[in-house]
Design a protein around this ligand. Structure first.
Ligand SMILES: [Fe+2]
Length: 176
């Protein structure tokens, strides 16, 4: 949580520098965020938010860092990549533990990864080459490029990891 707050502070700092005026967050709706859940629901949410989204966030931030030219932006993205990678690793570890412990969690996680693998995302139109290059230099991948990095990360990192995780805990062998 502290990492995510720090990432927001870094990004609002960059946004304020670019805008020439202070820019900050608005209200965040957290209603329902702390409702009690069972292990299967927590594992499914962690698979979605941690294993998939944090892994892809790390890969997209790494691609943005590698394409950026501004030193302050590169340093900010480097810190974000490191933290997001740690968050993703923690999520994968928790989900593996939950799948070993509870067959219902394994089933819920299997469903999350199955849905992610079947999802098709429409590609937005490309920006002009000059605008795309300017965006990259300042650490912002154009949307079509960001989606390509995420799709490749899903195909080449997330889903193979999910398959390995689920193979390591065969259905019906989970320990309660
Ligand atoms: Fe994160």
């Amino acid at each position: 949580m502290a990492d995510e707050v720090r990432h927001a502070e870094i990004c609002f700092g960059l946004a304020s520098a670019y805008a020439g005026e202070p820019i900050g967050p608005g209200a965040l709706d957290v209603s329902g965020g702390l409702e009690p859940r069972d292990l299967a629901a927590i594992a499914a949410a962690t698979a979605r938010e941690g294993c998939i989204n944090e892994t892809l966030a790390a890969l997209v931030a790494a691609a943005a860092r590698d394409a950026a030219a501004d030193t302050a932006v590169c340093e900010a993205l480097d810190a974000i990549v490191e933290d997001e990678t740690d968050h993703a690793a923690l999520a994968w570890g928790f989900v593996a533990w939950a799948c070993e412990r509870d067959p219902a969690a394994r089933l819920a996680v299997l469903q999350v990864f199955g849905e992610a693998g079947a999802e098709t995302v429409p590609q937005p139109k490309s920006k002009s080459a000059a605008l795309a290059q300017a965006m990259r230099a300042h650490g912002q991948l154009p949307e079509d490029e960001r989606r390509r990095v995420a799709a490749r990360g899903l195909r080449e990192v997330v889903l193979p990891c999910a398959q390995a995780l689920l193979r390591s805990v065969p259905a019906g062998e989970a320990r309660v």
